[in-house]
Write a protein that binds this ligand. Structure first.
Ligand SMILES: [Zn+2]
Ligand SMILES: [Zn+2]
Length: 136
């Protein structure tokens, strides 16, 4: 078994190719960039990429960054259980830092409970400059 926290043993070939591409990338990739990188592997249509991405997101292996309309491989073990997933996106180097915060989850949950709001999806994305770029 790989050390990764998610079970990716039953991925189709296309799903595995898309996942490997994202895993090897330094930053988030758009669906079209993924398609370009996988043309040699036999990908022809954006739909092939979108289908694979949909499944990978459902499995928790990949996250979509709403503000960039791009995708990243999950880099945080058991992120769904640990709390709300948040992303810090460096606008200088393009790197994405994924983290989870249990307090965030409980605060958002408390607000939803008080107001009777039923959340289906929570997206937290911070844009800014990472420590390394700031020091450079
Ligand atoms: Zn994650
Ligand atoms: Zn940076």
């Amino acid at each position: 078994m790989p050390a990764h926290h998610h079970d990716n043993s039953d991925l189709t070939k296309n799903q595995a190719l898309v996942y490997d591409t994202l895993n090897a990338a330094d930053g988030p990739l758009s669906a079209y960039t993924i398609l370009d990188q996988l043309r040699e592997a036999g990908f022809r249509a954006p739909l092939q990429v979108y289908r694979a991405l949909e499944r990978l997101q459902a499995l928790g292996l990949v996250h979509r960054l709403e503000s960039l309309n791009a995708f990243v491989a999950c880099s945080h073990p058991s992120c769904e259980e640990d709390g709300t997933v948040a992303f810090a996106i460096c606008e200088t180097c393009g790197r994405v830092f994924e983290f989870t915060d249990a307090e965030l989850k409980s605060r958002l949950g408390a607000w939803a409970k008080t107001t009777g709001f039923r959340p289906q999806k929570t997206t937290i994305e911070m844009r800014g400059i990472c420590a390394e770029c700031k020091a450079a």
